[in-house]
Structure formats: C-alpha cells, structure tokens
Design a protein around this ligand. Sequence first.
Ligand SMILES: Cc1ncc(COP(=O)(O)O)c(C=O)c1O
Length: 386
Amino acid sequence: MSNGQGTEYPPAASEAMSALGGEAQETLKGLLQFFETASQRQVGYPTNLDFDYSALLPFLQYAANNVGDPFHASNYASNSHEIEREVIHTFADMMRLPRDEAWGYVTSGGTEGNMYGLYMGRETFPDGVVYFSQDAHYSVVKILRLLKVRNIMIKSQPNGEIDYDDLHETIRINRDVPVIFMANIGTTMKGAIDDVTRVRAILDDLAVTSSYIHADAALSGMILPFVDDPQPYGFDVGFDSVSVSGHKMIGAPLPCGVALTRKQFVSRVARSIEYVGVLDTTLSGSRSAFGPLMLWYAIQRYGLDGFRELVTGSLGVAQYAVDRFNEAGIPAWRNRNSVTVVFPRPSDQVVRKWQIAPFQDIAHVIAMPHVTRELIDELVADVRNG
Ligand SMILES: Cc1ncc(COP(=O)(O)O)c(C=O)c1O
C-alpha cells in the first residue's frame, strides 16, 4: 500500500535530501507526514490508495518520454511505447473492441480522455451537437467550450442517469444535425450509468443516421468488465470512444488514464512531425512514459482475474456501507454495480475529517479497494453523531 511505507525517508532518499537546506528538508518531511495522515481517512474520492509500484522506481532515473503516437516509431528512444500498446490492447479487450481496429494512448487522466473522445466526435461531425446530462463530470462543459462545439445539456433522473424522454425530445427537435452523445458510464456523484442501448434505440426511432458516442467511463470502465450482470457497455453496443481513469480503480501515485477509439477516427487528425519523427495523434506532445509502465505493471500483477477480485471486494464493501448507514437510520443508497454510496450531506466536520466530496444536499463515500469495513463502521458512527 502506498502509505504503508510510513513517513520515514528511505536511506537513499535521505542521502539525496542532504543536497537541500534544513528548511527545505523540513518542508518535504512535513508534506510527507501530511500525505500519510490524510491517506488514513480518504473515502470520498475515487482513488485507490492500495498500490505498490516500488519495482518501477529505477525508471525514475531516466528522462523517458512517450511523445507521439504509441503505434508509430519515434526518434525519442527512451520511451515505453511497446508497453503502452500492450496496455491499450488489454483495455481494447475489456471494452470489446477488436485489437486490430483499436487505437488509443495512455493519458494524464479521465479529463484528457474525454477531451480526446469529444474531439474525435467533433472532427467526425463538425456540425454535430453534443448531448450530455446534468450529471456529467464538471470538466465536460470546459471541454465543449474549448472545442467550440454546439451542445445541449439534458436533464438527469434522480438516480443520476440521463432522462431518456428529455433526450428523445431534444434530439427530435434537432433531427437535422448529427448527434454526438456523451454517455456517462458511472457519474461522478452517484455512479449512475446511462443505458447506451436505450440511447441507440432513440437514435433508431428518430432515424438519426449520423451519430457518434463517447463514453466517460472514468471509474466504471474498470468495474463493468468484471461483474456478472453489467449494464450495456463497450464498442459492441455502440461506443466510438471511451475514457477510463488509471489512478481510480487501479490506483497510481501519478494520475493517468486510457483513451481508446477506433483507428478510422484517428486517421482524420494524424499529422507527421519531422522534429520528433512521430505521428502527432495525441492531445499532449511530451507524455509520461511512467503512466503506461504503471498500468502495465498493474495488469501483470493482478491480471483480469485479480481485477475481478478487486472489484468484487469493493462492491461488497459498498453494499456493507449501504446496510450500515440504513441500520443507523441514514438513507444511503447506490446504483447497481456501483461502488459509490450516496447519503445526505453530513456536517462540515465530518466532510473534512473523511475528505468527503459533498454536492448540494448529498455526499458520497466511494468504496475503493483501500476502504475497509472497519473504516465504514467508523464513518457511519461519525455521520450518525454529527
Ligand atoms: C465521471 C468522471 N469523469 C471524468 C473524471 C475526470 O477524471 P480525471 O480526474 O482523471 O481527469 C472524473 C473524476 O472524478 C469522473 O468522476
């Protein structure tokens, strides 16, 4: 576990610290101590703290850089492109996209993957309209502004899923323009999943022939492939691109994620850049070589069976939390196949102590793999006692 290493500096790091003045050393030690304490009760954000990448520490000695397209050669030799391709292929398998049709790269996180997907959507249908729900992640509005694409926000249902009637009616009114649909595969606050099959049925009903579906599967993209009865997800039900966060369910000390799409869309934006000898298909230029390494390492360590165990454990803790809250008279609930447990907004003191993310009159606890039943018991007692 990341924070299981304690706050003591390992010998090699202590030696390196001697290059700094006393005050700077104290600053670093203080921050490390703070991280350690804060990690003890972090239950409100979807970041798995249970990881150990110390096998990769030697790679931090090198200025590795994954600039450019991981599926093409690069002049910058110290890269982890080969490993990145393996990661993309594993995610393609999970998202039911044949490997030979898949293209993707390891991003800096879920937001970059969403920007990539919506960029592909806009490049495919420059005069299209993006439809997204009220419960979409806050960054979506920013992305749409950056892309300068026409967009319409659709109402959500109380459980956080998109309101299909509102979607149907709104598309009906705009039937003459292509549809770019932003599907939430696990909303930020309520872990709700938009039913892509139903969205496709709406498009068929309205005889919409030009459409693109991007899926924001930041958290649930690493859950649905590992449950017995998942809601519809994947390229076989209509995704054209998907964004999954790496530092969420898998866990990582540096934010990362995966953007995945079909090769055919990427060729529209590809440009060859002589300076670095790469194909410029990614949003950022210089990219972390460490992100792919971490995801690859996690895939090797857990394998798909290991991920299934991780997810099953977290779903069990989530249901445990719902039951304990309800027994304490607190109306908590969760969406099916979600590790996000929603309950009424607690006192500010509880919010601070447990790093809970409140929104209006609700809050949530997210049962990531480091969240134990004991932590849930403590949290429920605190919420009950105000
Ligand atoms: C549904 C959803 N989409 C996108 C994001 C953004 O992901 P990131 O923080 O990795 O950029 C989040 C983050 O919590 C999220 O919950």
